[in-house]
Design a protein around this ligand. Structure first.
Ligand SMILES: [Mn+2]
Length: 372
């Protein structure tokens, strides 16, 4: 149960995140923000549970977590600096009490993370005039990683790359996509991952033309290909890579698109630097693939930010607005998909630095290296 605890100082990186958010809130003329997205709650407080809300005030460094009995001990461990309120009634009623106590006039909500029913209840409790919805400034803020965020991503990459090396030793003709995915995920957990960043994609031969193929009973074969898109999660942070391997020999048509895809990927990585337009990075890869005659077979965007979520800002796409900034960590993953035949996608994770970039992953990807 809630014991009276001494106040604990907020760790510096959390302090900086809250400060940056407070600036955005004051600019938006808000007295506070009700944070309901569990990933954002983790980002701002360290608390990993769910079914809880966090209140950030524009002019006070104290953050409140509205939660319940199940998370009492967990909050004390993970977010000892936060003021925890174990609710006795509904979350919205507790929020109303807290908002009154702190004398907050206008607070923002995270519209994208509340259900319509929740928004209605909060609006009703607080009174319509109190609540002003804002666009999610946290998405923009989370795009730029601080030092504490790069480390777990690097560790996640280490784990996923080691697991990949292990499955390359393990795979034999006749195994199913299911078996390979299970072994891969088992290895990542054994190596200390929290879990996977997303359900692994293991796609044999023609299945590889589906960008989001779901592993199934299909067997891998000698002379065939396997597309693997997988990621590890560590300390909440996601990594994300894709490789294509071939058992013994790669079919000629796949070889052709593999080389085009690799050229496009390496050129796009090369172009990455602070200040470059997101759409321009996408264009570098897309132009190469289009000139080779496969523009229509590359139907998705080039890459996305990774972090506490597997898909974050910024997005490397032709329609994206904005530029790359130091601290962004993005995937670069062009693909070429030939229905009925197969597909290729090559994906690495790249950090934008003050001077240029750092490629964080280093699994081999030359055409020769694809043969197992
Ligand atoms: Mn990806």
């Amino acid at each position: 149960m809630s014991k009276k605890k001494k106040s604990v100082t907020t760790p510096d990186h959390l302090k900086a995140r809250i400060k940056s958010l407070q600036t955005r809130l004051r600019d938006a003329n808000l007295d506070g923000l009700l944070v309901s997205n569990p990933v954002d709650i983790r980002y701002l407080s360290g608390f990993v549970g769910d079914d809880s809300w966090l209140l950030v005030r524009s002019r006070s460094s104290i953050v409140h977590i509205l939660s319940d009995f199940r998370f009492d001990e967990q909050i004390a461990n993970e977010a000892p600096h936060a003021k925890a309120i174990m609710r006795k009634t509904t979350l919205s009623k507790e929020l109303k009490k807290l908002v009154d106590k702190c004398k907050l006039e206008k607070i923002g909500m995270q519209q994208d993370d509340l259900t319509i029913a929740q928004s209605k209840t909060i609006t009703k409790e607080l009174g319509r005039s109190c609540v002003k919805a804002i666009d999610d400034g946290l998405l923009i803020q989370r795009a730029v990683k601080d030092k504490t965020e790069v480390k777990p991503i690097l560790k996640a990459l280490d784990i996923q790359q080691e697991a990949f090396k292990r499955i390359c030793e393990y795979i034999e003709p006749g195994m199913t996509e299911y078996q390979i995915a299970a072994y891969l995920e088992y290895q990542m957990r054994s190596l200390g991952a929290d879990g996977t960043s997303f359900p692994s994609i293991v796609a044999a031969d023609a299945n590889a033309s589906l960008p989001h193929a779901i592993p199934g009973k299909k067997k891998v074969r000698k002379g065939g290909i396997i597309l693997i898109d997988w990621g590890a999660k560590l300390g909440g942070y996601c990594s994300d890579l894709t490789r294509v391997i071939a058992i013994g020999k790669m079919p000629a048509r796949i070889k052709e698109i593999y080389q085009i895809c690799l050229d496009a990927q390496m050129a796009a990585i090369d172009a990455i630097k602070p200040g470059i337009k997101l759409s321009d990075v996408d264009a570098v890869a897309r132009d190469i693939i289009t000139k080779a005659g496969y523009g229509k077979q590359f139907g998705h965007s080039l890459g996305h930010g990774i972090g506490l979520d597997i898909h974050e800002q910024p997005v490397l796409a032709s329609r994206a607005q904005g530029v790359l900034e130091p601290g962004h960590i993005v995937t670069v993953e062009p693909g070429i998909y030939l229905p009925g035949i197969g597909g290729v996608r090559i994906e690495d994770d790249v950090e934008v630095t003050a001077r240029g970039k750092k490629v964080l992953s280093d699994l081999p990807k030359t055409l020769e290296s694809t043969i197992i």
